[in-house]
Design a protein around this ligand. Sequence first.
Ligand SMILES: [Zn+2]
Length: 279
Amino acid sequence: MSYSRCVDRSYLGLVLLLSLLAKSATAADLELWRLDCGEMVIDDVSYFSDTHTYDGQSATISNGCYLIKNGDRLLLWDAGIARDYLGNTESRDGWLSRIRVTIEAQLEEIGYKTSDVDFLGISHFHGDHIGQAPEFAGATLLMHNAAIEWIRNNPPRNARSKLAAWFDGDSAMTGFDRDHDVFGDGSVSILVLPGHAPGHTGLLVRLPETGYVLLSGDLYHFSSEIGKRTVSRWNTSRADTLASLERFEGIIATLEPIVVVQHDPADIEKLPTFPQSAR
Ligand SMILES: [Zn+2]
């Protein structure tokens, strides 16, 4: 072997080692917080199942939002119930929505401002997932193209007003058809899980210490539904929902993640209590 080739090889080895170290440094700098984005007290939850699982039942369900830090970039996953519902006690049509703290106040508690958020990922455009979105107009909205098209063509009033900065203003938006790698390093992927609403998605996070965390969006409302093929009566497609359930449960089987059903209060304790984070 010539001297120059030997030098080339050791140089290449050094470059590989440095890139591996850089990658592990990035991987170690991942952090996930579960934020309190409200709760809903619902007199009749029968519409959470088209096979009459919940007939005659009421429930209080939680709203989780999630902040993920990757190096110096931040993703907010879902934007919860609007701040107008801070301390709300008024039930409308058997449905009481309330928040006890804003996302902004929670970010402040851990040293961030709303303008620090780079990406706003929305599982779907229902009101309880986009309520505080206007506060994040400086972030790039990440949304499945089917959701973008739906909002453009059949504008649900609430979605159009809460997301006006992106749909009627000049805030940045990235649409995608397939799973979307948020930071480009495989650590956080938005998963295409249609059926509940057009372009519905979930989130898969790979944390260096905790391992995989899988966030459901509204594919389920209670973790007891996993494996039971429960489909909400108001889902836009039963067939798509079943396919998404099959995929989601396939991921559970292969990756054995911490599975968080975002609306299930029983799942809150699966992640550290705010302001603590999972790493
Ligand atoms: Zn929801």
